[in-house]
Design a protein around this ligand. Structure first.
Ligand SMILES: *Cc1c(COP(=O)(O)O)cnc(C)c1O
Length: 350
């Protein structure tokens, strides 16, 4: 199917902000926008980045019918631009949309819109080693109506922001056994706005206690580890890479999936299995070397240095020779074109 996307260019190139701009505050020059009405997507177009005008009656403002994705584009070693695993993000976007009763976006439209927009704004990818373009596709219910219902009208948009190299300092996290992020039958597997709003308060309480993040546990027993903040959680213990299996309460992270596949390729054993925080505690108390890290698009690997379990602090291994950094390097090398892309993860703009 042919998706013709009209392009209106920004007339004057805006001066780029410096790398001092906090993450996610600097938009690039253009954005993609498309409206859903009467059962169809209309008028897909790329236009200069601009504000939206919405009625206070707009449904998404009241009932949280919103879904988003977070992905990245990179400049490869040879200068070409690479979007990392857009199809995997598209599939997840589709699953999230279905859960929130929102209309599907045709794959061809999603990919073509990404392609055209990134091509146009590729100049915004920072030059530094780990610089990238953060890409945020999202959809909101745009119908004007303040009665609860699945909307009949939507906006699908893609916006971008330069992301500069950022050093993620080792985190101090606590195992959260009171609040939950997601429950079986809920929306944990969807990247929908409500999940993030609901996570703010427990996270803020943890911050007040001096932690950077929480480790979420399951809603039934508060014993099995799920995710950390907005990242999937992985452990490397006894030469095995452990992570909880995908379920209705865990987000199917693209980084998680990539790490598991890379680990297997590198000859590292992997295990997707339920992990009780008590098992982690036993390993730590036995003096084992435990690596713990968050995996997500933003930082790739966010090392965890301290885990608090019922008030006791345990130290994890964050030395430079840690396995998590080897995995991170392998992933970054694929994106840069420095390591063979055996899984066809790179979508390279020609
Ligand atoms: C986005 C997200 C992740 C990480 O997914 P990636 O595709 O690797 O960026 C993990 N957990 C939650 C809750 C998320 O929202």
């Amino acid at each position: 199917m042919d998706y013709t996307i009209s392009i209106t260019r920004q007339e004057e190139r805006k001066v780029k902000e410096s790398s001092l701009a906090p993450f996610g505050t600097q938009p690039t020059e253009h954005m993609f926008i498309c409206e859903y009405k009467k059962g169809q997507w209309h008028d897909p177009r790329i236009v200069p980045f601009s504000d939206l005008v919405l009625s206070p009656f707009t449904l998404c403002l009241h009932y949280g019918q919103t879904v988003f994705e977070g992905m990245k584009a990179f400049t490869m070693e040879d200068g070409r631009v690479n979007i990392f695993r857009p199809l995997k993000h598209y599939e997840r976007f589709s699953r999230s949309l279905e859960r929130l009763c929102m209309p599907a976006v045709p794959q061809g439209l999603f990919i073509e819109a990404l392609h055209q927009l990134i091509q146009l704004d590729a100049g915004w990818i920072p030059n530094d080693e780990e610089g990238s373009l953060y890409i945020r596709p999202f959809m909101i219910a745009s119908e004007e109506r303040i009665g609860v219902k699945a909307a009949d009208e939507y906006l699908f948009m893609i916006v971008c922001s330069p992301a500069y190299q950022y050093y993620s300092k080792p985190l101090k996290v606590k195992v959260e056994t009171e609040f939950v992020r997601a429950a079986e039958g809920g929306t944990g597997y969807a990247k929908c706005g409500g999940n993030y709003g609901a996570a703010l308060y427990p996270t803020q309480l943890a911050r007040n206690e001096g932690y950077d993040q929480v480790i979420w546990t399951d809603a039934k027993t508060h014993e099995f580890i799920e995710e950390s903040g907005t990242m999937n959680l992985m452990f490397f213990i006894d030469n095995v890479l452990f992570t909880p299996p995908l379920s209705g309460t865990i987000l199917d992270g693209v980084t998680r999936d990539s790490m598991l596949k890379l680990a297997k390729e590198m000859g590292i054993s992997t295990a997707e299995m339920a992990i009780s925080y008590k098992e982690i505690q036993v390993a730590l108390e036995a003096g084992k070397r435990v690596e713990a890290f968050g995996a997500g698009t933003a930082a790739v690997v966010a090392p965890i240095e301290t885990i608090a379990i019922n008030g006791t602090h345990y130290q994890c291994y964050v030395g430079q020779d840690a396995m998590m950094y080897r995995l991170k390097q392998a992933l970054c090398d694929i994106r840069k074109g420095l390591r063979p892309d055996t899984h066809n993860w790179n979508y390279i703009l020609q």
